[in-house]
Ligand binder design. Structure first.
Ligand SMILES: [Zn+2]
Length: 245
């Protein structure tokens, strides 16, 4: 299951067009394609065009979509501001609640989510130490929650024999993955999300053990074990940028 509205990789043209002059930086990528398309990244706008598109055509296309580009850029910049930064006094979006990050001196190293605070306790805490602490905390939570639940759901669906391995990994832009060899992979960052979201992600990957695609039958199966899945997909789209650190 891939995340973020990252576009597919495009072939770069050998000769690059000069960037279009706009209030935003706009990169033109030519490839064997039939239509023009825009992709807004936090730092730039990419316009993908067919090999034979004229400069005027490209310019007009960008101009006519200017309002949309600007609103998307504003959205991306707001998302950048919401990124998780592990420092005392910052905020963390944990289980759909905004908590204040507190570094607390203490002999015992631990993390406590308490009321409105997300407390990192340890000796001489620094942001990098706290970061490692949070990684360990989430990996531990994932191994105790995701692994047994994935196995349990697979057993319920009669496909537990198909699982060859369950991996927990932090990947750049994916929440989960399932291979035809029965390897289930989950991104442990999802442990920052509410349980409904985590359960949806588990259901999604386990259902791939039966349907290795996103066909109608696949989604019917997901729906049978996770009827709220459409809400969870929407929630993830709106909030997942707040989890990566
Ligand atoms: Zn999938």
């Amino acid at each position: 299951m891939s995340t973020r509205n990252a576009p597919m990789k495009a072939q770069r043209a050998p000769a690059a067009d000069p960037a279009i002059r706009e209030p935003f930086s706009c990169e033109v990528q030519r490839s064997k394609r039939k239509t023009l398309a825009l992709y807004v990244k936090p730092e730039k706008v990419i316009v993908r065009v067919p090999l034979d598109a004229s400069k005027t055509e490209v310019k007009e296309f960008v101009q006519s979509n200017r309002a949309w580009i600007e609103s998307r850029l504003a959205e991306e910049s707001a998302r950048q501001d919401e990124r998780l930064v592990i420092e005392h006094g910052r905020r963390i979006f944990y289980r759909a609640r905004e908590l204040e990050i507190v570094f607390k001196q203490g002999r015992k190293q631990r993390i406590i989510a308490d009321g409105n605070q997300f407390i990192f306790q340890g000796q001489h805490l620094t942001p990098s130490k706290a970061r490692v602490q949070l990684e360990d905390y989430l990996i531990d939570k994932a191994s105790h929650y995701i692994v047994p639940r994935a196995k349990g759901l697979a057993r319920y669906l009669g496909v537990d024999q198909k699982i060859s391995q369950i991996k927990l990994r932090k990947t750049k832009s994916k929440w989960g993955h399932c291979t035809s060899q029965g390897v289930l992979q989950f991104n442990w960052l999802i442990m920052l999300a509410p349980y409904g979201i985590i359960d949806y992600m588990i259901a999604h990957e386990v259902c791939h053990l039966i349907h290795m695609n996103h066909s109608k039958r696949f989604w019917l199966l997901v729906n049978s074990v996770c009827p709220e899945y459409e809400n969870y997909i929407r929630w993830l789209k709106e909030n997942e940028h707040r989890f990566w650190f």
